[in-house]
Write a protein that binds this ligand. Structure first.
Ligand code: ADP
Ligand code: MG
Length: 277
């Protein structure tokens, strides 16, 4: 399908450091995008299944998971389930995914399993004509494994959450190397969609310093919207709810709404640009 006709933007939410806000960002950016009218699919690629839990999909109902898509070729349509948020679907994950590495080691197109499934869906090859997703957000595991490679091979862009703390740039060097490697091998078109500063604490001088450093390095790739450290954000998953449903008025929810508007605005501008010759 020519790029101009391609409607869905696939974003891998990735950072090789754990605990930086990948899952929180996938859940809440996904919810905020749906709230402003985009149709969104979250793909839970982490065997820990935190995105599935945080969106209220109980373990016992995870009948078809991303494992079945990647290993057994189940369709996106079969695997996606609705959430309590209108316009937001999720493909859940489960601990049984830890076997993917072995299962796929000899498989054909083993790094392109997710990409192939998403393309089959977008091209209406799954037996019916679904309304396409505007955004697919893939919640990646922190490690560099075949699941992460499947995510990056399927993605148009990488969305990088960065925790505002001293070692923020450390994980980033590793991630940039991975992105370069993926461009050279699996997916030459992969872009850095943007970086989002998370868990920002305005009372802490270090947060401000890290934010300034990151903006110095990455310029306007860094979103203006900054996600504050907010206890409501960390409480929401234990209720199986995105923070926007749990407490719409809190600073965390409002920040994720600003981020969603920025993502959509930038995406519209990117599409309006004439394709580079
Ligand atoms: P990752 O997916 O990168 O491992 P998580 O999204 O799971 O990171 O976040 C790590 C921890 O930090 C979780 O306990 C989460 O609830 C908490 N957290 C994430 N973002 C915020 C925030 N803005 N304010 C407060 N706590 C947060
Ligand atoms: Mg996570």
């Amino acid at each position: 399908m020519p790029e101009s006709e391609k409607k869905t933007r696939v974003l891998a939410v990735s950072n090789q450091k754990g605990g930086v806000g990948k899952t929180t960002t996938a859940i809440n950016l996904g919810t905020a995008l749906a709230a402003i009218g985009e149709k969104v699919l979250i793909v839970d690629m982490d065997p820990q299944g935190n995105a599935s839990t945080g969106l209220g999909v109980p373990r016992e109902t995870r009948r078809i998971t991303i494992y079945d898509v990647v290993v057994d070729g189940r369709s996106i349509h079969d695997a996606a389930v609705p959430t309590a948020v209108p316009g937001l679907h999720i493909i859940p994950a489960d601990a049984d995914m830890s076997g993917v590495e072995i299962e796929l080691s000899q498989a054909d197109r083993r790094s392109y399993r997710l990409r192939d499934a998403l393309e089959a869906q977008a091209n209406g090859r799954t037996g019916y004509d679904p309304e396409p997703y505007d955004y697919v957000l893939i919640d990646c595991p922190p490690s560099l494994n075949l699941l992460t490679l499947n995510a990056m091979a399927a993605a148009d862009g990488v969305l990088v959450p960065l925790q505002c703390e001293f070692f923020a740039l450390e994980g980033l060097t590793q991630l940039m190397k991975t992105i370069d490697m993926v461009r050279q091998s699996l997916n030459p078109a992969l872009e850095i969609q943007g970086l989002v500063l998370t868990m920002y604490d305005r009372r802490n001088a270090l947060s401000g310093q890290v934010a300034a450093d990151v903006r110095g390095h990455f310029g306007d790739k860094v979103y203006d919207a900054v996600i504050p450290r907010n206890v409501r954000v960390s409480e929401a998953p234990s209720f199986g709810k995105p923070v926007l449903i749990y407490d719409l008025k809190c600073t965390g929810s409002q920040a994720y709404l600003r981020l969603a508007k920025e993502v959509v605005g930038r995406e519209r501008r990117r599409r309006a640009e004439p394709a580079a010759a």
